[in-house]
Write a protein that binds this ligand. Structure first.
Ligand SMILES: [Zn+2]
Length: 295
């Protein structure tokens, strides 16, 4: 059976996740082409994990009695909406003890400086993207350096080690190195339970080969090993245990079709990370072909 048919079969078999009926269901129907600043209400995904972002950009809250984790702080103009959403889940801002992020572009980290100030949370990051966050602008080595917007710098960023779980309160969240979209791209995975039913979440960072006009992913002289690392990142995401896939851009994993008031597809999909990796691989192949092929 072709891989795509296998995935379709797995999708058809995936047990639908029943989201709790809650007064915090989204106020508007977010879609894949929603704007980055279109507000929506917080909603419960599963266990201790909530969506607190906007229609077009994800922010994820993982709650625990000893302190919460926020993943991503997308865009400064979204901060008030994110803070309102955090509070709508019943959490206090000052109980957010850690902010982590996917990659240091303004659409995912532009609001972190203010969120850090308003919550008092520590900010954790790795590699080049931790340095980018501290600088408030992209640094040499980022494929989008000539087109990326600056943002309010965040200091300090506590350095983390890929593969080593970060413990915040009762939550263990593990960073996965997925360099490619940026040099320090990071995905995150954690386990969440409702009674005896547990799910492995994956917040898979962007795996798109997007750049300014001058950057070439195949330029081995300029950045030796970058393309190989990108391919390894895609393979790493494809191999993750993955019951519930979330992404910084909801459209990248069809989140609005799987969650929220207008959901039409099964939320739980153990093949979702593999399918995301396959799409990313096709995209990277197309990009390197446009650049004239592999070096
Ligand atoms: Zn980006």
């Amino acid at each position: 059976m072709a891989r795509s048919k296998l995935i379709a079969a797995a999708l058809a078999c995936a047990a639908p996740l029943i989201l709790s009926a809650s007064p915090t269901a989204p106020v508007k129907a977010c879609t894949d082409d929603s704007e980055w600043t279109d507000p929506t209400r917080a909603f419960h995904i599963f266990g201790n994990t909530w969506f607190v972002g906007t229609c077009g950009l994800s922010a994820i809250l993982i709650k625990s009695p000893q302190g919460h984790v926020l993943i991503d702080g997308p865009m400064e103009e979204n901060v008030l909406a994110i803070e309102a959403n955090i509070q709508a889940t019943g959490a206090r801002l000052r109980d957010v003890k850690a902010i982590v992020f996917s990659h240091a572009h303004f659409d995912h980290t532009g609001g972190i400086a203010r969120l850090k100030r308003d919550t008092g949370a520590r900010v954790y990051g790795r590699g080049a993207d931790a340095a980018t966050l501290e600088a408030g602008h992209t640094l040499p080595g980022d494929p989008q350096i000539k087109v990326s917007h600056g943002f309010a710098p965040v200091r300090p960023v506590v350095r983390i080690t890929p593969g080593k779980p970060l413990r915040i309160g009762a939550t263990f969240i593990t960073p996965i190195a997925t360099s490619g979209h940026t040099p320090g791209s990071t995905s995150w995975t954690w386990r969440s339970c409702e009674g005896r039913r547990c799910m492995q979440f994956v917040y898979a960072d962007s795996l798109t080969a997007v750049s300014d006009d001058d950057y070439r992913f195949t330029d081995e002289r300029a950045h030796p090993g970058y393309l190989a690392a990108f391919r390894a990142s895609i393979a790493r995401v494809g191999a993750l245990r993955c019951d519930l896939l979330l992404t910084p851009h909801p459209s990248a994993s069809r989140m609005w079709q799987r969650f929220g008031s207008t959901a039409s597809a099964a939320a739980v999909d153990p093949q979702a990370c593999m399918a995301l990796a396959e799409r990313a691989s096709v995209g990277l192949d197309a990009r390197t072909a446009r650049e004239g092929g592999e070096p």
